[in-house]
Design a protein around this ligand. Sequence first.
Ligand SMILES: *Cc1c(COP(=O)(O)O)cnc(C)c1O
Length: 227
Amino acid sequence: MTASVLENLEKIEQTILETCQKEKRNREDIQIIAVTKYVSINRAKEAIGAGVTQLGENRDEGLLQKYDIIGNEATWHFIGTLQTRKVKNIIDKVDYIHSLDRLSLAKEIDKRAKHRIKCFIQVNVAEEESKHGLSVEEVLPFVEAVKDFSNIEIVGLMTMAPHTDNEQVLRNCFRTLKQLQVHVQELSLSYAPCTELSMGMSNDYAIAIEEGATFIRLGTTLVGSEC
Ligand SMILES: *Cc1c(COP(=O)(O)O)cnc(C)c1O
């Protein structure tokens, strides 16, 4: 039997609270995004009912389907690879884009957006072939280069850690992203406050919180991975 979102959330909340206590962080500084890409609209609604009103989708079709029904009851996060030609489909629906990783995409978002869009720069910290994102060295020049796009706000950095149980590998990944965030903040650019860190998924969110995550993206452990 599938556990309810509320049951899952209670366990997750406990882990978050314990981690916050240990790290002397405020619970309010960490936001949960329910990643609903694997699950039905009803399950997404269940998450909202349980109090998780921020939803993440990684494909434009999935986002549009759910947005059609749920609309403004949720805050929408686009967390997947975004093809330039798909920007126009989602731009009026999303509140955050977590996958900004190239100037051509920044240019298209800037052109299509009717207001400033909150973007995370996706960083491929571990430089895995299979993953998108800028390398660590590319991030600061990229932030500088985005200055001409007045509809883009760099609210933070996002990463997906390697798929591993090796705690040290995960921790190093998140720590590197945190250090990079500090470097972006030191640029003191009004369009790049970079106050947020989108990192941590079902298997590694506690470590991500220890290392400074402000948004955790939870699919399997919160809403499950099938309809
Ligand atoms: C699918 C996905 C998640 C959620 O993954 P889980 O391991 O199921 O929590 C988080 N972030 C991104 C970018 C994803 O594509």
